[in-house]
Design a protein around this ligand. Sequence first.
Ligand code: ASP
Ligand code: CP
Length: 325
Amino acid sequence: MERKLKEVDAMAANHMDNGFYGQDIISVGQFDRTKLDYILNVADEMKVVVERFGGVNLLQGKILANLFYEPSTRTSSSFMAAMLRLGGQVIPINNVQYSSVTKGESLPDTVRTLESYADIIVIRHPEVGSAATAARYAGKPVINAGDGVGEHPTQALLDLYTIVEGLGEVGGLKVAMVGDLKFGRTVHSLTKLLVNYPVEFIFVSPDILRMPKDVLDVVDASGHLYEESEDVHDMIGDVDVLYVTRVQKERFTDLAEYDQVKDRYVVDPELMARAKERMIVMHPLPRVNEISYAIDNDPRAAYFRQMRNGMYIRMALLAAVLGKA
Ligand code: ASP
Ligand code: CP
């Protein structure tokens, strides 16, 4: 992929060979082990910087356009916090109904507009492929913050960071993904990212919400083993990572179908009593009913740490793409 940033300043010159400089971040397929190690290490450094100093002025003079066509709490505010903690500034467009999108402005024109004010664009949009479309029209780097039921690559990076933080390494782990594997973009990205490591997958879902074939094809092609199941009780005692997802109500055309499956899996103290002592429970959040509040204080509950890690990963990505990491 051609790098987009042509101008080189003195500081960036040292950091252009990080493999991220000037790149769009659209899919986890872009990352190999070298890039993953790099970004996890930079995220570690960002964590130390935030804990010690609150931030660092690496991106002073840079502006992020944060363009969200779908609801978000974590992704939107953690990208914002990441940019602010790095000394940059943000144009937040969270309510597209108040932008010229409502007047019929197209995605390409919206992106062209924003890049004339900003140095980098983060986009969440309901259509699969929308971030790639935005990237095609933008001369500045574009980061995919969720394209419909497609991918959520920065979430997968923060998930990976959380797995390493919680369990030390990824190799040899049994990873179970539970819930809405059909519409959940986070599990699509995480599965495709984890094939970079020797893990085993268990996909647990109701029949109508099974992992899509294109994702299973990636697992097959990589030579990894996976099982599919409808029951979480069968395997809970074996898993190292239990990655729980929300049933994505907004993606259903038939709400009666949603009602049938919405409360199929609930992680509660009774289920956790059957889990290993050393394992972690993850969830991209927001949760609805699928994780009981009664396990929030269980040390194995990693979902709040996961959410916080999003800021460090996004600091690392912004700094790397803008040539300052
Ligand atoms: N926040 C995640 C996403 O946007 C997961 C979810 O909404 O359930 O994909
Ligand atoms: N995990 C996640 O993407 O959360 P938001 O939808 O709140 O951004």
